[in-house]
Write a protein that binds this ligand. Sequence first.
Ligand SMILES: [Zn+2]
Length: 412
Amino acid sequence: MREAIHVIDEEIVQLPYSTSRDAVENYKKLANKSLYKCPYCEAKLIVKFGDIKGLYFSHQHSEACEESRKIDRAEKRYEKQNERETKIHKVLVDIIYDELSIKAKINPNVIVNYGYKANPSYKYYPDISVKVNDRAYSISVITNVSPSQDSKLAQDIINRHEYFVEQGLEPIWFIEMKEQSIELEKNSMVLWDAELAISAKTKEDERWDRLIEENMKDSMFFKYFNYPSTTLNKEIDVRSLYYIFSTEDKLIVKVQRFLKDRIVRPYRAFLLNRGYEISFSEALVIDDGFKLSNPDIDLQLRNHFNEILIQKKKEHEEQLRQENERKQIHLKELEERRTSFTPSEENFTYSDLKVLLKHRIGLTQKEQMELWSKYMLSSVGPKNSKLVWELVLEHDCHSFNELKAILDKRKI
Ligand SMILES: [Zn+2]
């Protein structure tokens, strides 16, 4: 039975893994004075020292109470759940735990515990469980993730997320990601399978919702950004993801917001910006829920987004203007070619006649077929296209009906 962390005079003391002979004796003496109590059954604890376990607490006569055995089993299951995580996982969880413990000390409405200790009977454990007034949060850290990760892990993460929601917790996920799939030229982001499910919805995301809602009234919105939207008319849902990076001396949270879009694989989202970085302690500020953002930066980014949008609109309008200009020039060239069209005398074909009639009397496909079958193949003769054109000019003919009248008369 290992009891590493115990509450003594409201201080949390973690026994060092290995320690000197003197220190061991000292701890044992303190234990004999009934200084250490089991936090669950309040029984007096003794201190033991072993080669493998190091220094640890134990109930007397190794008779662990039911509660502490339950916690012990929960801890083992928690360790199994985290088998795939890298070494940094525990470091990150401990940093978050310490950060929140400091907050809990100055704010009695905040209660922090490790997930497996807070609810040992849970099916899945968050790394940390936090209560703020009447709201409960689950904080989980996932390490060792890349966008091409297998879908089994994604499903496992989604199951955990849904389970926490079922238990009445508000899940918060921190992702240690090696790379992000961002296509800047398309303002798009390809999400890892689980990311859409574990993304958060904060007050700042709601502020972004309102900005996007306003701008989406312009049906060209996604075109400006060269973004291949699949859900133009669906609800506007801005969400956020929290990536963890460690720099030389501190932990950084990267706040990445996106507009939810493609909800089948590959999950694609409209990128609102390239994200921004805040310190861990800033992310964990409690202000009617976890802040997880810097509202000043978000405000700046929204203003910047509007500026970019105006710029993109201008560029788009300029592009349209240029395209239109090119189209006009092209039409003019076509027109000139048509009017100056003069088939050579000796090679005047039915094709030449068609082009000339199309231009002069707006000959339709249907009329052309009638001309061919009713006249060219009978009274006129298929090789006499030039004759027909001469008749058109001679009678100053301006419609197909006029032409037909002339040809009919000629037949008689
Ligand atoms: Zn106990």
